[in-house]
Write a protein that binds this ligand. Structure first.
Ligand code: NAP
Length: 259
């Protein structure tokens, strides 16, 4: 039995849609006080309303994580509203496909700013509060793309997701003195609005390459996040959990044909 996390203050960047919404719903369902950070008000408001109508507690902050100053604002908002920061889920991310030949400095900077820099600055901004919590947790949403696999069009995205893990390993050592853990989840293909935008053909192709035979759900990722946030996961830091239905395992597509 896990110690309840009810009443803990949880920030979920990108919590208005997709995986982040799943994480926000899951933590709020466990009784946490959730602060969602995103730019689009309609989606953020809808997610907060959904959580509240299910009896949970959530609020939103509209901000652009590409702006370095947003990190201080999200930490201040959580402290102002909930008086503490127990868990920081750095989940917001973008994955605009661009073939390497067409890659520009601006496109690289855009992806790195949201996927990597904002996570690093958010951890820094929340660190004092996470230390005061005495069980502070940071959970990064990385990806199998970059750390383990590759996919045409996502060289910049893959680099950003691998960079998160480079950050994680040194951060875990530095944060250990503050008794704060930091871990990453590496989702495979999770059915979200962002993934749906990639088209039916992409979704069909991905589904056929997953041993467990289905795309992941946002809850699949959220449950891993909830575990990493628990008191019982307090001795795990600097680690990664792959949540991909076994997608990275087959040596070739023929391995699945053998089944
Ligand atoms: P999504 O459905 O597109 O949602 C992205 C979330 O991030 C939204 O809430 C979005 O809100 C927010 N966001 C994006 N840019 C932002 C910015 N500049 N400032 C503030 N918020 C911003 O994406 P998803 O598929 O759930 O992916 C979430 C995370 O999981 C990402 O880090 C992604 O790399 C990772 N991931 C996803 C998959 C997958 O299969 N879906 C697989 C592996 C890893 P606004 O647009 O309103 O700002």
């Amino acid at each position: 039995m896990f110690t309840p996390i009810a009443g803990r203050s949880v920030i979920v960047t990108g919590g208005s849609r997709g995986i982040g919404r799943g994480i926000a719903r899951c933590f709020a369902g466990a009784g946490a006080l959730v602060l969602i950070v995103a730019r689009d008000e309609e989606a953020a408001r809808a997610t907060v309303a959904e959580i509240r109508s299910a009896g949970g507690h959530a609020s939103y902050l509209l901000d652009d994580l590409a702006d370095p100053a947003s990190a201080d604002r999200l930490a201040a908002a959580a402290l102002d509203r909930y008086g503490a920061i127990d868990v920081l889920c750095c989940n917001a991310g973008i994955y605009p496909a661009t073939p390497l030949r067409e890659l520009t400095a601006d496109r690289i900077d855009q992806v790195l700013a949201v996927n990597v820099r904002s996570a690093m600055l958010s951890v820094r901004a929340c660190l004092a509060a996470l230390e005061r919590a005495r069980h502070g947790r940071v959970i990064l949403t990385s990806s199998i793309t970059g750390p383990i696999t590759g996919y045409p069009g996502w060289s910049h995205y893959g680099a950003s997701k691998a960079a998160q893990l480079g950050f994680l390993r040194t951060a875990a050592i530095e944060l250990s003195r503050a008794k704060v853990t930091i871990n990453a989840i590496l989702p495979g293909n999770i059915f979200t609005e962002g993934l749906e935008d990639l088209g039916q053909e992409y979704l069909r192709q991905m589904e056929s390459s997953i041993p467990l035979g289905r795309l992941g759900s946002v809850e699949d990722v959220a449950h891993a996040a909830l575990f990493l946030a628990s008191d019982e996961a307090g001795y795990i830091t600097g680690q990664t959990i792959v949540v991909d239905g076994g997608q990275v395992l087959p040596e070739s597509l023929m391995a699945l044909d053998e089944l």
